[in-house]
Write a protein that binds this ligand. Structure first.
Ligand SMILES: [Ca+2]
Length: 172
């Protein structure tokens, strides 16, 4: 490989690595070592998407059972119209978009889909909060959407911006 091409490849790799780690896309995940999102999170990280089927713990040194997660950030509407947000979780889940509660299934359950609809304006960003807990056994957490009746897909990282959201209007 000619030296300039090699250097260019290195530079491209460095730029794309920094684009992935600069925290501009995905959701902020706060992980708690209890079922109720209580106290300070034991782990904070940016998750590119919510698309997990944990065979083991979410991270080394973190429990595989009896934990909870709050993902927060903003979601950018793909187009104007109805956006159906679909959670699939084992176990409990709550979901708010633009402060509106779309899913409220804070119970032990096998991997189950729940959904809620909201009308959004294309290109605008809205606050999104997803709360989740895993009691025991299998642990699944997924967040998808269907925009204007299109096929359901995991919400892409490119539509998500990590951010801390503190919204006192959220009712639990
Ligand atoms: Ca479970």
């Amino acid at each position: 490989m000619p030296r300039t091409v090699f250097l260019l490849a290195l530079l491209t790799a460095a730029i794309s690595a920094s684009a992935q780690s600069d925290g501009k896309t995905g959701l902020l995940g706060q992980y708690f070592r209890n079922l109720t999102l209580a106290g300070p999170p034991a782990l904070k990280r940016v998750d590119a998407q919510v698309n997990f089927d944990w065979a083991e713990a979410p991270a080394a040194g973190f429990p595989g059972d009896q934990f909870s997660v709050r993902w927060t950030g903003q979601v950018k509407a793909e187009q104007s119209g109805t956006h159906t947000f679909i959670t699939e979780t084992d176990d409990g889940v709550r979901l708010w978009v633009n402060g509106q509660k779309l899913v409220d299934q804070w119970v032990d359950q096998g991997a189950t889909g729940h959904q809620g609809e909201i009308k959004l304006e294309g290109g605008r960003s809205y606050d999104l909060v997803m709360e989740y807990y895993e009691n025991s056994g299998f642990a699944v957490a997924r967040l998808s959407w269907s925009v204007a009746g299109a096929e359901k897909k995991i919400i892409p990282s490119s539509a998500l911006t990590p951010k801390i959201i503190v919204d006192k209007s959220q009712k639990r």
